[in-house]
Design a protein around this ligand. Structure first.
Ligand SMILES: Nc1ncnc2c1ncn2[C@@H]1O[C@H](COP(=O)(O)OP(=O)(O)OP(=O)(O)O)[C@@H](O)[C@H]1O
Ligand SMILES: [Mg+2]
Length: 245
């Protein structure tokens, strides 16, 4: 276990929701060490997206705290967090359909326009398919290409942490696999990743550690490998997918 002062992100027992007095997260905690890939799984409505939104300053946290490196970032706005090195890819509506790929990527680096060229090179190397279509409108991309663009846009600001909300949702099995491979590759460049996933078994296979959320609370936390073989986690959250191995 990493000592608290060495963590990149430390979410400590937060309560948060969309309406005052109605907490969706009812005491959620999460730790992310530098360079780590952490997965979050759990049933629909468990609060997985809500946790990422709270982390990224999109909803207010009523109790508990979020620390990034040694700073308390609880209550900071999304753009303050981007400038500190956090990138976020929402579950839906994560590209600007009327803008081109290149313009979408430019939006990802609006705080530091001088970084555009070097970051564009990085993103194009990671996603060659985007490089071939820089002037194409994002609205005309396939689901898989759109997801690559959303991830690429978040990478433009050179984040130390990338928060991904269900990047493989709605994609064919082959494209889902590509998302997991790319996420691993991005992580291998030193970017720590928090990944929420509906493809729970695949997510636990690639992550260093996993969290199972249920009804706004942490249900299980362990290495991806241990969660994958935990009979209770299999029975309650993985079902037949995991049994197939
Ligand atoms: N904008 C919103 N306003 C009010 N309630 C919301 C809003 N978004 C989500 N909720 C509620 O918060 C709870 C948790 O939703 P959340 O989207 O975090 O779940 P999730 O674990 O990401 O589920 P899924 O796997 O379906 O994406 C749900 O009961 C949902 O109805
Ligand atoms: Mg969700």
């Amino acid at each position: 276990m990493t000592a608290a002062e060495d963590l990149l992100i430390h979410v400590d027992d937060i309560r948060a929701g969309y309406v005052p007095g109605v907490d969706i997260l009812q005491g959620c905690s999460l730790e992310l060490a530098p360079g780590e890939l952490v997965g979050i799984i759990g049933p629909n409505g468990a609060g997985k997206s809500t946790l990422l939104k709270a982390l990224f300053g999109l909803i207010s946290i009523s109790e508990g705290s979020v620390n990034f490196r040694d700073e308390d970032i609880t209550g900071m706005t999304a753009h303050e967090l981007v400038s500190r090195g956090i990138g976020y890819v929402p579950q839906t509506q994560n590209v600007f359909p009327s803008l081109s790929i290149s313009e979408n990527l430019e939006m990802g680096v609006y705080l530091k326009p001088k970084m555009f060229k070097p970051r564009l090179d990085f993103v194009c190397e990671m996603f060659p398919r985007l490089a071939e279509r820089l002037n194409q409108r994002a609205g005309s991309l396939s689901g898989g290409e759109r997801q690559m663009l959303a991830m690429g846009r978040a990478l433009m600001s050179e984040p130390q942490v990338l928060l991904l909300d269900e990047p493989s949702a709605g994609l064919s099995p082959v494209l889902q696999d590509q998302v997991f491979v790319r996420t691993k590759q991005i992580n291998a460049t030193g970017v720590a990743v928090v990944m929420v996933e509906q493809n729970a078994a695949r997510c636990l296979q690639i992550c260093d550690r996993g969290y199972v959320l249920d009804q706004g609370r942490n249900a299980y936390t362990d290495s991806g490998r241990n969660l994958l073989s935990d009979p209770k986690v299999i029975e309650l959250y993985l079902g037949t997918l995991a049994k197939k191995g």
